[in-house]
Design a protein around this ligand. Structure first.
Ligand SMILES: Nc1ncnc2c1ncn2[C@@H]1O[C@H](COP(=O)(O)OP(=O)(O)OP(=O)(O)O)[C@@H](O)[C@H]1O
Ligand SMILES: [Mg+2]
Length: 217
């Protein structure tokens, strides 16, 4: 299964979600690979360089734009789950990342900027979807959301009214220091001490497992 974590916006948590999901899936026994598509930052690669060998194996590779679709297809033969960590732009790389995937997860953080960027991103998504014969789905994931923020409630309402055709993942990821503290150790929050962060990533992984099952039918 090929899943892209992608968005037009920078800093929404693509790499954070990709690395944490990868660890959680690896702990469940899946063979997992992260494809770092971001040549400028190589954040997932940087994270994996900090990861110790005695931990559950998560493979992280860098793949260039031109060979992305072909190489990801090839990787699917060796891995149960391939997570594509997207780069923050709407050029050809973003299109290739979407095109290489079975479904995409779009993290949104509580900012109107993220919400506005969704419109042009979804236009591109629809264009790619129309060229495909197999199914392609998009799911929004609220990241860095805290219950007490009004902006969170407002965005949630706007998503319902303006993007009612995009599915929303039920799990919401909170803004927690655990997501920052784990990076330099090359670990995921499911290997760390913050129970709330651990629970939400496990809940997200479960939701994604259920989506994967609908593809395998
Ligand atoms: N849920 C969260 N709680 C706290 N901090 C978070 C959370 N998600 C992401 N961050 C922090 O926000 C910053 C951006 O996250 P990240 O690098 O994952 O975003 P990105 O979308 O991959 O960025 P880029 O577009 O630059 O690739 C990082 O410092 C990260 O630690
Ligand atoms: Mg990133």
């Amino acid at each position: 299964m090929k899943i892209a974590i992608t968005s037009l916006k920078g800093g929404v948590g693509k790499t954070t979600i990709a690395t944490n999901l990868a660890v959680c899936f690896a702990q469940k026994g899946y063979k997992v690979c992260i494809v770092d598509t971001d040549a400028e930052q190589e954040s997932s690669i940087g994270w994996s360089e900090q990861r110790q060998d005695n931990l559950t194996n998560v493979t992280v590779v860098r793949v260039g734009e031109r060979s992305l679709i072909r190489e990801v297809k090839q990787m699917e033969k060796n891995f149960d789950i391939v997570l594509l960590d997207g780069s923050p732009q709407l050029r050809e790389l973003a299109s290739a990342t979407i095109a290489a995937s079975n479904f995409i997860i779009i993290p949104i953080s509580p900012s109107a900027y993220d919400f506005w960027a969704l419109e042009s991103f979804m236009l591109r998504f629809e264009q790619i979807k129309q060229m495909r014969e197999d199914k392609l789905e998009a799911y929004i994931l609220l990241n860095k959301f805290n219950d007490n923020q009004n902006i969170g409630k407002e965005l949630n309402e706007s998503l319902k009214t303006e993007f009612s055709d995009i599915r929303r993942l039920q799990t919401t990821i909170g803004e927690r220091v655990a997501y920052k503290e784990t990076i330099s150790h090359g670990i995921g929050v499911t290997e760390y001490k913050d129970k709330k962060a651990k629970d939400e990533i496990e809940s997200l992984a479960q939701e994604i497992e259920a989506i994967i099952k609908t593809f395998n039918k």
